[in-house]
Design a protein around this ligand. Structure first.
Ligand code: SF4
Length: 334
């Protein structure tokens, strides 16, 4: 659906979009980098308002969010487009597509919220592609969701503009930010983007009280150096040692079919570095280990939540959110 956009300004005969840190300057008849916003005779339009390419009821663990109502369901919606160009994108068929290349159906905010409740979901997530690609839709939906007792989730690359984050933050309960690496070179060469705004937004989300988890996909030869991993764990620890950090394993995909899977030892090394840096909850995803996705007490190591894939096999946490063994307070929303 086409709907007038927000967060843009009129300059000399062109429009300047501020939804994300690309700040595209768009002339009449053209679209921005993401192809989802268009200057139509001096008015900016969002071209994919409510246009959902993907709809599913997912376990919240799939986002991944491990400390945000574990075991709950999240009504998950994705659209089309992205402001990044990652050559290993898992969802490239929707993220790198044009609007007319992918089938969509219109799900207006009130309908999405109704469906979420009907499917017994605790939250609504904008995921699969970058949520800011249909910012107006997520913003309208998030405001409505808050009134309707539904939590809201962004699964994001963290590249939204300052004004966009300011606007949505009061209505956003949780976010998983994909921190792709700690070098500008990585962001520049693989994503055609910059690192700094992502770091700033992670700090802002944390300061705004949004429940935050960070994911880092480790790609052999690209972001797996000792220096990169050290910088990443230091950054996350400096923002907050309570932030759950997910290291995930890369598998050859899309335009990066020639790169081998991440060695399990690399993930284990990253996990150890993060724990040594003081980060309390560090996970390993996509790895054939039995314990990488379990939650343990950071003090006594008691198994608190046992996960089997995206499902909770056992949950030993009580409502008081204290470790039943040593009494340590566990940073988790239940
Ligand atoms: S959302 Fe980002 S990529 Fe899309 S038009 Fe706006 S500034 Fe450009």
């Amino acid at each position: 659906m086409k709907k007038e956009a927000i967060l843009y300004e009129k300059l000399d005969g062109v429009l300047n979009c501020h939804v994300c840190n690309r700040h595209c300057v768009i002339s009449n008849g053209k679209t921005g980098f993401c192809e989802m916003r268009q200057n139509d005779n001096g008015t900016m339009y969002s071209l994919n308002y409510a246009s959902a390419s993907s709809v599913a009821v997912d376990p919240i663990e799939k986002k991944p969010l491990f400390h945000f109502y574990p075991g709950s369901l999240s009504f998950s919606l994705g659209s089309i487009g992205c402001n990044f160009t990652c050559p290993y994108c898992q969802n490239w068929a929707i993220s790198q597509a044009y609007l007319d290349e992918v089938g969509t159906r219109n799900i207006l905010p009130d309908k999405a919220i109704k469906l979420a409740h009907e499917n017994h979901c605790k939250s609504i997530s904008w995921t699969y592609n970058e949520p800011t690609m249909w910012f107006e839709y997520t913003y309208d939906s998030a405001k409505m969701a808050q009134k309707e007792n539904l939590k809201t989730v962004y699964v994001t690359n963290g590249y939204m503009g300052e004004e966009a984050l300011d606007l949505i933050a009061p209505y956003l309960d949780a976010a998983n930010v994909d921190l792709k690496g700690m070098s500008n070179k990585f962001y520049h060469e693989l994503c055609e983007a910059r690192l700094e705004p992502v770091l700033e937004n992670i700090q802002t989300m944390h300061d705004s009280g949004i429940h935050l988890e960070v994911t880092n996909l480790i790609i052999p030869g690209y972001n797996d150096s000792e220096e990169d991993l050290k910088a990443l764990v230091k950054f996350v620890a400096d923002v907050g040692v309570e932030i759950p950090l997910h290291f995930t394993r890369f598998y050859p995909h899309y335009k990066m079919n020639q790169v081998p899977p991440t060695p399990v030892e690399t993930l284990e090394k990253a996990q150890k570095m993060a724990i040594d840096a003081g980060i309390k909850y560090v996970y390993m995803g996509n790895v054939p280990t039995s314990d990488g996705e379990n939650t343990r007490c950071p003090e006594c190591k008691k198994l608190l939540i046992e996960r089997d894939g995206f499902h909770i096999a056992a949950n030993n946490l009580k409502k008081d959110k204290k470790c039943p063994e040593c009494g340590a307070k566990i940073g988790i929303l239940i």
